[in-house]
Design a binder for this molecule. Sequence first.
Ligand SMILES: O=c1ccn([C@@H]2O[C@H](COP(=O)(O)OP(=O)(O)O[C@H]3O[C@H](CO)[C@@H](O)[C@H](O)[C@H]3O)[C@@H](O)[C@H]2O)c(=O)[nH]1
Ligand SMILES: [Mn+2]
Length: 690
Amino acid sequence: MGGTQQVVVKERANNLPLFVTKEAKGKLAFRLFSSSIFVGICLIWAYRVANIPRADEGGRWLWIGMLFAELGFGFYWILTQAIRWNVVRYHPLKLNLSQSSDDKLPGVDVFVCTADPVVEPPTLVINTVLSAMSLNYPPEKLSVYLSDDGGSQLTFYAVVEAARFAELWIPFCKEFNIEPRSPEAYFSHGFDVPEETANTQQRRSIKEQYEYMVKRIEAVINKGSVPEEVKNQHKGFSQWNCNVTKQNHQPILQIVVDGRDTDAVDSNGCRLPTLVYVAREKRPDCSHHFKAGAVNALIRVSSEISNGAIILGLDCDMYANNADSIKEALCFFMDGERGHQIAYVQHPQHFDNITKNDLYGNSSPVLNKVELHGIGGYGAALYCGTGCFHRRTSLCGSKYSEAYKESSNWGMRKEDKRTVYELEEASKVLATCGYEKGTQWGKEMGLVYGCPVEDVVTGLSIQCRGWKSVYYNPDNIAFQGVAPPTLDIALVQFTRWSDGLFQIFLSKYCPFIYGHNKIKLGAQMGYCVYLLWAPSSLPHLYYAIALPFSLFQGIPLFPQVSSIWFIPFAYTTFTLTAKVVTDDVSKRYHREIMNFGSTSIMFTVISTLAMVNLLSLVGIVLKMFLWGSDVGKLMPQVVLFGLMVSVNAPVYEAMFLRKDKGRIPASVMFKSIALASLAFFCSFKVDPSM
Ligand SMILES: O=c1ccn([C@@H]2O[C@H](COP(=O)(O)OP(=O)(O)O[C@H]3O[C@H](CO)[C@@H](O)[C@H](O)[C@H]3O)[C@@H](O)[C@H]2O)c(=O)[nH]1
Ligand SMILES: [Mn+2]
């Protein structure tokens, strides 16, 4: 081949597309179906408005309430259509990327956040760290940072142990190409190979080493402090003087593995990735902004040490499952045509502890498999906090510009001649409390402060600076986390999210205002599906309350089955989402039985509603059988009501039948019976005609 020809071939290889976009199947069918539902909704609204009872008729206010509830349902439904209308999927073309050489690849910094050694045990944290260190990527371009908001030397001790174990674990992972890359997940899933191969022997030996390490760490945790002889083995421990507490300490920072060091090698003699432990400064009089503050400190610290152009953020329980996830993400960022527009690539949150029936609805299949693709179709994938690859520049506040297309010299890393000590001291300054004063950190730079769901609002502000984002949900799951295993933890999490998301809607970040002319209308609507998640519960609540009362008082709220007006109602299926339906009666989460067991106010609400339904049911049955009352004209309500009562079955069971510790406590039960009876008999007085 002549010289010119060679150049042409090379150029073409560089210009190969690195990802493709595919539209979801069945788009037309969906759009037709969706339009027909819209017609149904309009008919329901028309029916409600046209049939409002006169002031002298019963049930006027109940009816007007229904009108508002159905307007609410309908508008929310319209918002949800925005994220189903245009579902697209992006597919990376990894083989095309592998045609460009390693030295073109950008540096990648992985951030792992932990906050408390009790709630988030150090062995869990180091499994995430180890899984990140062993990702398939050139080690001299990979750095892992652990942010420890617990400021705990127990966690630091576990990290020191993990660094040593990494020397065995990384070559093992790469030699046998195993997945998942978290040792705990790998060994606990029982990958038993029948015949004695080199792999089995080596696996057994590494498993032993792993278990031995876990034992050592647990012994130290049980003791509550690190023994003197262990402390003497690593200079890092000297940073914990007697004044260090979780809320009050100087910045603590230790480069545990220095990736520049040619002597930092694994058992095969290959270089190790950089590993850094950071506990940013904490002072009682200085707000630390939770995870957002921790991530922003890491952004600065990492810019001093490795300055990777790509940042992967992981919660401490999200281990890497797919070993090639970095290269897949790079396909999006490095695509010659569109890559320069992309600020981040978000993976869904997957959990490895989901039970068969997904008792608390944690796996959110509609969200992960449809909606997030749908909003991603507008180039506006949500940033969900964990499992997300960011471009450093866009995360640090820069505006998008076409000029990025020309200037993508990813591979460069500046030569740094400073000693580890000098580097550590320079980095500590960036992790002090005072550093952010008077700067744009927490506003235009880094993660946005002041909202419990800092991630979503940060993603929105990045998009409003002109960037695009990609949602990517590969079959080979990239990251796996831990879903809340009890109902109250799950509810607290949902409350924090729905509350925080609604705050965004009410703030200056409301997508319709903040995103106006900056992101597409469909994306604005899509954001609002989540931001209005909390108020969207109000129409549900109204249905749950109005239905039993109206039924007991004999007020029809729906057209009779024989009426033509019944058709649109039957078509829209406004039933309550049956997240709690399970007939399993075993005790623990893995045996899939609901765990109430606490006196949380949320359980009082749930059981009071269930009691209102139950009392009405008793009332209706009495009316029918004792007084021979005709419930024919109430048929649609009776059906809906029957569904509602059956959805509540686990609640009745937990109140009256169960004896285990997960039952609804007696105090909650009595409270809810009292409240429900009160509400019930008040309504009884209001309408003496029944
Ligand atoms: O002061 C804090 C508090 C939390 N974290 C870390 O933040 C992560 C998420 O906290 P967690 O308690 O697990 O909350 P989740 O509800 O599971 O988090 C989800 O929701 C958050 C927004 O509410 C996102 O930031 C998370 O990425 C997302 O996984 C964990 O790694 C924590 O260690 C800190 O580093 N510092
Ligand atoms: Mn979590």
